[in-house]
Design a binder for this molecule. Structure first.
Ligand SMILES: [Fe+2]
Ligand SMILES: [Fe+2]
Length: 204
């Protein structure tokens, strides 16, 4: 993405997030995740993962989080939002991520495949996830402003490892999300299962 386009998209999203979530939990969560993404990308210092792209992904990821299930389904239908079959069938918390990726593409003209994938897969993860996808996936899960997760053991240690051992933290977050979903008796999204299987196959 050109710098001017990136700056304009960031300014747009910062204003949009403030307008959509005035003073609420999602406002705090979104800016906190976006900052963690930017800082993690900066520390990693990879030429293919720009800190500003990571910040933008963080700003966009939960733009539709407060929409109810029925409204999101209606949005997907009316705007022909590209969505995989399982996210559509399972619904629940899975619809807001494809909706946010669609918003980036359709409203802000974002074409960066890594950035769009980071937003699209931020709830499930996937096999073959790129660095930006891993950063957002972990930053979102580990965010300290999430009230329900504050009592979960080992989170602070995972946060500290994020900038030095991204792949290790990503594997642990994938595992915890799958275990949690199973513990609730809910179905697993195949993308998350494939991410886990890939990580197992890569282990020495
Ligand atoms: Fe989300
Ligand atoms: Fe989030």
């Amino acid at each position: 993405m050109l710098k001017e386009q990136m700056d304009a998209a960031i300014a747009h999203l910062e204003a949009e997030v403030r307008e959509r979530f005035p003073g609420g939990r999602l406002l705090k969560h979104t800016f906190s995740v976006a900052e963690t993404c930017r800082e993690t990308a900066r520390r990693l210092g990879r030429s293919d993962t720009a800190p500003e792209a990571a910040y933008l992904a963080g700003l966009a990821h939960d733009l539709f989080k407060d929409r109810g299930h029925d409204k999101l389904r209606e949005l997907v239908r009316s705007e022909s939002v590209p969505i995989d079959r399982h996210s559509w069938l399972l619904g629940g918390g899975l619809l807001h991520a494809p909706a946010a990726a669609h918003y980036l593409r359709s409203r802000l003209g974002v074409r960066d495949a890594g950035l769009l994938a980071a937003v699209y897969y931020h709830t499930t993860g996937r096999a073959g996830a790129g660095v930006l996808e891993r950063i957002l996936f972990c930053a979102d899960y580990l965010d300290a402003s999430r009230p329900k997760r504050s009592a979960e053991p080992g989170l602070e240690s995972l946060r500290n490892k994020l900038k030095s051992s991204l792949d290790e933290v990503y594997g642990e977050v994938i595992r915890r999300k799958l275990v949690y979903t199973l513990s609730k008796g809910r179905p697993l999204h195949p993308s998350g299962v494939a991410a886990w299987n890939e990580l197992c196959a890569l282990k020495p």
